[in-house]
Structure formats: structure tokens, C-alpha cells
Design a protein around this ligand. Structure first.
Ligand SMILES: [Zn+2]
Length: 239
């Protein structure tokens, strides 16, 4: 009998609506979307950093290219001198050979540095490529998540509208003073929207506190359909 009391039905409707609102606020897609947006921001910052590094390395590369060209020209020039046949004195030839070895050594070292820089450029370009791909992936994911959120919101809002209509139809059946009291208690944050409770094996069905025998008999004294309140959580108990 008590399950059919209109205030019980009202509580059931309100609790269902509370659940829907919590579901609407806590849609997992919303969390994932927020995470995606945060990742996009991190990627944008990392991309800017990579762009700055790339510009720096490319500048060094351009400088080094000039040095390599100069060193290569020096090697070629000494080489030409050495094998031109114009220099015949063994002492001079020996000096030229020593110079060639020195120039070649410089060129080799420069080319090695150039290779290292090229590898750095490749590395940074690879990083940027991966970031561009991840950005596109996140944008596509974001679009799908936004669509899913919209669909869920539409479904939930439809359910909430249906509950609101049911509530409107129901409230005239709830005694005025009880309704006023109920609405007031719905606003008490501590109760989390749950106003109605019941006795279940001498325990408050909402806060689960075991009530003293004296309290239980006092509550029951009103007979089925009477109201009392839980001495622990103050919720309304319908006998
Ligand atoms: Zn209680």
C-alpha cells in the first residue's frame, strides 16, 4: 500500500530525474573530450617548441654547409697542386701532402657534424609529423564525441521532460503541507534529494541506522500510511 502513496511516486520520479541529471553532467564522453582538448593544447605547445628547434638546427645546417663547401674547395685546390706535376721538390710535395691530410681531416669533421645536424632535422620533422597525425586523430575523435554527447543530451532531456510532465500530473495528489515539506527537504544538500524513507527491519531504509525499539514503536503507533521522521537522518518515514 505504502509504495503507492503519491509522495513515494513523486520521490521515485525525482530520484530518476536526479539520476538523469547526474548522468548528463557526468557523461564519460565529456571527460574524454576534455582530455582530448587538453592533449591538443599540449601538442600545440610541443609543436611550437619543435618548430623553434627546427629553425635553429636548419640555421646551423646552412652555416655548416658554407664551411663544408669552403673546406671541400681547399681540399680540391691542394689536391690539384699536389698532382699537377708542377711541384717536383720532394720537400714541397711532402708539405702539400701534409696540408692535404689536414684539409681532408677538417672536411671530414665538418661533414660528420653536418650529418649529425641532418639527423637532428629528420628527428624533429618526425616528431612534428607524429604531432600532426595525432592532432588530426584528436580532431576526428572530438567530433565523434561531440555528436555522442549531443545524442545523449537529447535522449536525457526527452526523459527529463517526460518525468516533468508526470510530476505535474502527480503533485495535485500529494497533500499540500506534505508537498511543501517534501520540496523544502529536497533542497537540503545533506539529504541529496532523498526525502522519503521507510522502515526495513527497524532500520531506516535511507541512512541504514538501526532505530531503537522505542523509536520504532513510536513510529509504528500511527499505523500504516502515517508519517514519521528518522531520528538519525530526519527523512520522512512512511509507515
Ligand atoms: Zn534515516
Amino acid at each position: 500500500m505504502s509504495a503507492e502513496h503519491p509522495v513515494r511516486v513523486l520521490q521515485a520520479l525525482d530520484s530518476e530525474a536526479d539520476g538523469l541529471r547526474a548522468e548528463r553532467d557526468g557523461l564519460p564522453e565529456r571527460t574524454r573530450l576534455r582530455e582530448g582538448i587538453a592533449e591538443l593544447e599540449r601538442i600545440a605547445a610541443a609543436r611550437e617548441d619543435a618548430g623553434t628547434r627546427l629553425t635553429g638546427v636548419k640555421l646551423q645546417e646552412a652555416e655548416l654547409e658554407k664551411e663544408v663547401a669552403e673546406a671541400a674547395a681547399r681540399v680540391a685546390s691542394v689536391d690539384r697542386n699536389l698532382y699537377s706535376g708542377e711541384v717536383t721538390s720532394p720537400k714541397e710535395l711532402e708539405a702539400l701532402q701534409a696540408e692535404l691530410a689536414l684539409c681532408q681531416g677538417t672536411l671530414d669533421a665538418l661533414e660528420e657534424r653536418e650529418l649529425a645536424l641532418m639527423e637532428q632535422v629528420e628527428g624533429i620533422e618526425g616528431e612534428i609529423e607524429a604531432m600532426v597525425a595525432r592532432t588530426a586523430e584528436l580532431h576526428a575523435e572530438g567530433e565523434a564525441l561531440r555528436a555522442a554527447i549531443l545524442a545523449a543530451e537529447e535522449r536525457i532531456d526527452g526523459d527529463l521532460a517526460r518525468l516533468a510532465t508526470q510530476r505535474e500530473t502527480l503533485t495535485p495528489d500529494v497533500p499540500e503541507e506534505l508537498l511543501r515539506n517534501y520540496e523544502k527537504m529536497r533542497g537540503v544538500a545533506r539529504l541529496a534529494g532523498v526525502v522519503m524513507s521507510h522502515l526495513s527491519n527497524d532500520t531506516c531504509g535511507a541512512c541504514r541506522v538501526n532505530l531503537p525499539v522505542k523509536e520504532v514503536s513510536r513510529l509504528r503507533s500511527g499505523g500504516p500510511g502515517s508519517f514519521g521522521s528518522c531520528p538519525s537522518c530526519q527523512r520522512l518515514i512512511l509507515i
